[in-house]
Design a protein. Structure first.
Ligand code: PMP
Length: 291
């Protein structure tokens, strides 16, 4: 664990290999049609070495996505692959990216008969720049409706997030907020949304939103209520924050022209979350998989 390998390595179809030794076939089905499923997971340095936060929950969500595409997914193998990749790269504070996808074959849409692949990559997490609060614009794009595309981490579904992110950037915002036809808040492009009003914490609930694992963690930690929230209500709140594995707890400075104050409750929750993921709170131990 202590001598870093000079080249990034990844787990691919059962072996740890040098990342630059691998190339995907240009007729890869997933490249053409988005027929893959991925996860975004994090590991953290704890007092007892590196540990992965809520790994079983992430891999169960990935299994559900794979099942939807008719792909096999072995949670035990994915667990082992994740641990092996972190060890091979000597990563402690890391972002972990497992991906399983439909490989090369015919150009038809039928995925049966195509080979299936799996990889796990890890990258060192950057230290967070505390205080850089998100400015969020309301997207003119709608979130993929759950009855057209279930809210799982299906590769093709993320084109919807890419469109919203592009639009937000072009309008000078850092992030986009999806709102439905009836004015209800859905989520951001890669994070769920919470609000704080009169000291009460509320998790935005929407059937089209990804059931986030960070969201679930924060509901447990804060006792937040989960319910539908309109954009008007969100803009009337005292504080708003976004949350996700990569974003962690991100206090929001602005939602489409509405500026929030100092976000004290969000900051407190961000600090609590930072301790929980690093195993510094007794509640967190069941959520950590040692590397
Ligand atoms: N919504 C979307 C669209 C996402 O991509 C993510 C990141 N996985 C989230 C919410 C947050 O989910 P989690 O807390 O499980 O990372």
């Amino acid at each position: 664990l202590d001598t870093p390998h000079d080249k990034p390595r990844l787990w691919f179809d059962g072996d740890i290999v040098d990342a630059d030794a691998l190339h995907a076939d240009l007729s890869t089905h997933a490249l053409h049609y988005g027929s893959g499923v991925f996860e975004g997971i994090r590991s953290y340095a704890t007092a007892h070495g590196a540990a992965i936060f809520r790994l079983p929950e992430h891999l169960e969500r990935m299994r559900q996505g794979a099942e939807l595409l008719g792909m096999d997914f072995d949670v035990a193998q994915a667990t082992e692959a994740t641990v092996q990749t972190l060890r091979a790269n000597c990563h402690r504070d890391a972002y972990i990216r497992p991906l399983t996808w439909v490989g090369a074959g015919s150009f038809g849409l039928d995925v049966s008969g195509h080979p299936q692949h799996m990889m796990v990559a890890t990258t060192q997490s950057l230290v967070h720049l505390n205080g850089a609060r998100a400015r969020i614009g309301v997207s003119s794009w709608r979130r993929n409706p759950a009855d057209s595309l279930p809210p799982l981490k299906l590769c093709g579904g993320y084109v919807n997030s890419i469109l919203a992110k592009r639009e937000a950037r072009s309008r000078g915002y850092g992030e986009a907020l999806f709102v439905d036809h009836d004015g209800y808040v859905v989520e951001c492009t890669g994070a769920n949304v919470f609000m704080v009003k009169d000291g009460r914490v509320t998790a935005v609930e929407h059937r089209d939103a990804l059931p986030g694992i960070t969201r679930d963690t924060l509901i447990t930690l804060s006792g937040a209520t989960s319910r539908a929230v309109t954009l008007a209500e969100l803009q009337d709140a005292d504080e708003v924050f976004a949350c996700g594995t990569a974003a962690e707890v991100a206090p929001v400075a602005e939602v489409e022209g509405r500026n929030y104050g100092d976000n004290p409750v969000s900051r407190e929750l961000a600090a609590l979350y930072a301790r929980v993921v690093r195993g510094e709170e007794s509640t967190s131990h069941a959520w950590l998989t040692p590397v």
